[in-house]
Design a protein around this ligand. Structure first.
Ligand SMILES: NC(=O)C1=CN([C@@H]2O[C@H](COP(=O)(O)OP(=O)(O)OC[C@H]3O[C@@H](n4cnc5c(N)ncnc54)[C@H](OP(=O)(O)O)[C@@H]3O)[C@@H](O)[C@H]2O)C=CC1
Ligand SMILES: O=C([O-])CC(=O)C(=O)O
Length: 267
């Protein structure tokens, strides 16, 4: 049995918390944290087994597994205590890990683990397998309804107003590392892909603001010596946060199940 603490109770965290409260073999939700404590308390009040509502820094003292499901700006405050305490940190804001790879070194010293779920993407098992061989290129093309990109720092810096876009428009082309900086709340999938494959500077990313799509759509292309992959996922945006695909909390749940499962499927 692993105990679980969740930081962030939004589109990802609250859905995951509800699923754990409904009962998942081998996992028990014991604590949650969010910015607004009263709101968090109200969110879990009706749970069958209400978890403790606490500060993000205290989750690691209460749970074996700390799930980060908060904005990127809170990443370090949530994940560092978990690493210092030697816990398992399951992270959603993957873009925030890229400039903090020293946390991985620190985890090696404390015995902690950092787990990046597939999240809103697909096929990281195949990308990881390919990366055991020789990979020539990895490309991600992301298309989102314009409102799924609104507020990104890169758009503001370049004077791009996505709300006025009426035809599919490429608003960014660059590396996964540059994308994670410019779109911290929109392309965690690119960061996860980079960590699975050939590094953030070599992973190419295009972002399209596309008024013709209703789903957050990601296409991964990999050219390797053993395989050529083209994979597309079309995510239904969640009601709580249209930037976040509804599959994301389900991916985290599947990931958590894998921590205790006797039968584990996939890489
Ligand atoms: N890896 C992946 O594939 C994906 C990753 N993501 C990323 O996952 C993260 C969470 O996404 P999502 O659930 O949609 O976000 P939401 O905006 O729906 O929810 C964020 C939650 O974090 C809480 N929060 C805000 N500030 C803090 C803080 N300083 N400390 C603790 N909690 C805080 C909020 O609480 P309050 O309401 O009190 O402010 C809220 O409960 C984001 O970084 C997002 O970009 C999203 C989709 C896919
Ligand atoms: O990568 C992200 O942050 C979110 C995303 O694109 C999605 O949910 O489809």
């Amino acid at each position: 049995m692993l105990t679980v603490g969740i930081a962030g109770l939004g589109a990802i965290g609250l859905t995951l918390a509800k699923a754990l409260d409904a009962g998942v073999e081998g996992l028990r939700l014991v604590a949650v944290a969010a910015r607004d404590r009263d709101k968090a308390r109200a969110a879990v009040a009706g749970f069958a087994s209400p978890p403790v509502v606490t500060d993000v820094a205290d989750l690691a003292g209460l749970a074996d597994v700390v799930v980060e499901a908060a904005p990127a700006a809170a990443f370090e405050a949530i994940v560092s205590p978990a690493i210092e305490a030697g816990r398992i940190a399951v992270v959603s804001s993957v873009g925030a890990l890229l400039p903090r790879m020293q946390l991985v070194e620190r985890a090696r010293e404390t015995g902690a683990r950092i787990i990046v779920p597939t999240g809103a993407l697909l096929g990281l098992d195949a990308v990881r397998a390919a990366a055991e061989g020789k990979v020539e290129s990895v490309t991600l093309v992301t298309r989102k309804p314009p409102r799924g990109l609104a507020g990104a720092p890169y758009l503001e810096q370049h004077g791009i107003d996505v709300t006025t876009i009426t035809t599919p428009t490429r608003v960014f082309a660059g590396s996964a590392r540059e994308g994670a900086i410019g779109f911290p709340a929109n392309v965690n999938v690119a960061a996860a892909l980079a960590l699975a494959g050939i590094e953030p500077d070599r992973t190419r990313l295009e972002i399209w603001a596309d008024p013709t799509v209703t789903r957050n759509t990601h296409t991964v292309t990999v050219e390797a010596d053993t395989v050529r992959l083209t994979m597309t996922i079309e995510n239904v945006p969640s009601e709580e946060n249209p930037r976040t695909g509804k599959i994301t909390p389900l991916s985290l749940l599947a990931c958590l199940r894998g921590l205790t499962a006797t039968l584990k499927v996939g890489t």
